[in-house]
Design a binder for this molecule. Structure first.
Ligand SMILES: NC(=O)c1ccc[n+]([C@@H]2O[C@H](COP(=O)([O-])OP(=O)(O)OC[C@H]3O[C@@H](n4cnc5c(N)ncnc54)[C@H](O)[C@@H]3O)[C@@H](O)[C@H]2O)c1
Length: 312
């Protein structure tokens, strides 16, 4: 058996550990090291047999990595990705790719100049049912697409300490739906209207909101509704529904019944695809330039809803 692709993880918090659970069964990819500055978290990760370093610099200096997953707070994504790219190591970075589209584009240019793979971890592109739906739409099986509804309602809000570094609800959550709509329909955005829900119930979460909606007009005439919320007691729910002149499709990507299983499978497929991309295969995931465009649209929604992006 050929050796597995060796990944380093930056940030062993909530999402970093989800990646670790997802990779336990991969025959192609393994996580061997973690950069995690928070000592009690580092201790737990060490007890799982991982080499844990307090900084990214120390993890990179130890060497032996084929690629890195970044799952640190959003407002550090681009700076951390830049460090890893400069060390010549391929990067799979969690969404969103930072908070500023301009910074995301600079990192994309650096990766291209250095010849280093840089992929953004929008895992919906690795949900088999969504991949099949995209093929059906491209083949015209649903006829002319009239409308898409994408929704993501989380079981409960994350901690205020997370939200205050997240860019706010459209940049933190909405980017998944925006990326999904653009990818499924292969159309550009022409116009947006967004309305945020009432201010958050968490007084420490600055000026974030707990729910937000958006209506997006697309370049070939279809429309999309994006529905986001932070309260769905019982478990997270993610759905995508497409209405065409010759057919329709509704996919429950995640539900309280499915739990995290569909996401874990998609994260494994994503990491394995990233490993192939780092070795020279074309990217099947989201590029940094696509992620920059998604950030720009999320910012337009934020402006349209008149909610301020939270300070990092
Ligand atoms: N793709 C998804 O569905 C999804 C879901 C949840 C979170 N995320 C993304 O993952 C990222 C992390 O979110 P989270 O919920 O895990 O946050 P978290 O706060 O639980 O974890 C972040 C971890 O990064 C560590 N960290 C902070 N600075 C660091 C640094 N400089 N180097 C190394 N580690 C550092 C923290 O100590 C913490 O353990 C966010 O960008 C978020 O948007 C993506």
């Amino acid at each position: 058996m050929s050796p597995r692709f060796r990944l380093g993880l930056i940030g062993g918090g909530r999402m970093g550990r989800t990646h670790l659970r997802a990779l336990t069964d991969s025959a192609l990819v393994e996580c061997v090291a973690v950069a995690e500055p928070f000592e009690s978290s580092a201790r737990e990760l060490r007890s799982m047999g991982l080499a844990v370093f307090p900084t990214v610099e120390e993890m990179l200096a130890a060497g032996g990595l084929d690629g890195v997953i970044i799952a640190a707070p959003t407002d550090q994504h681009v700076e951390l990705a830049t460090k890893v790219i400069e060390a010549g190591v391929s990067v799979l970075c969690e969404k969103p790719f930072g908070i500023s589209a301009e910074d995301a584009r600079k990192a994309a240019a650096l990766a291209a100049e250095r010849g280093v793979a840089l992929q953004i971890a929008y895992w919906r592109r690795f949900i088999p049912e969504l991949v099949a739906l995209r093929r059906e739409i491209a083949a015209g099986k649903l006829g002319n697409i009239q409308h898409v509804v994408c929704s993501q309602w989380d079981e409960a809000p994350p901690a205020a300490s997370f939200r205050n570094h997240s860019g706010g609800i459209y940049i933190d959550m909405g980017v998944h739906e925006i990326n999904q709509v653009l990818w499924l329909l292969d159309q550009d955005v022409s116009d947006v209207t967004a309305v945020a829900g009432p201010a958050t119930e968490d007084p420490d979460a600055a000026n974030d909101v707990d729910s937000a909606q958006a209506l997006i007009s697309l370049s070939e005439g279809a429309t999309a509704i994006v529905s986001l919320g932070r309260f769905y007691p019982g478990g997270d729910v993610v759905t995508a529904e497409v209405f065409g002149s010759m057919g329709h499709s509704r996919i429950e990507v995640v539900s309280p019944e499915s739990g995290e299983a569909p996401q874990l499978e998609a994260l494994r497929l994503q990491a394995e695809s990233f490993a192939r991309h780092a070795a020279g295969a074309p990217s099947e995931g989201t590029t940094a330039l696509e992620a920059a465009e998604v950030l720009e649209i999320a910012q337009r929604l934020t402006d349209s809803a008149r909610i301020a992006v939270l300070a990092g």
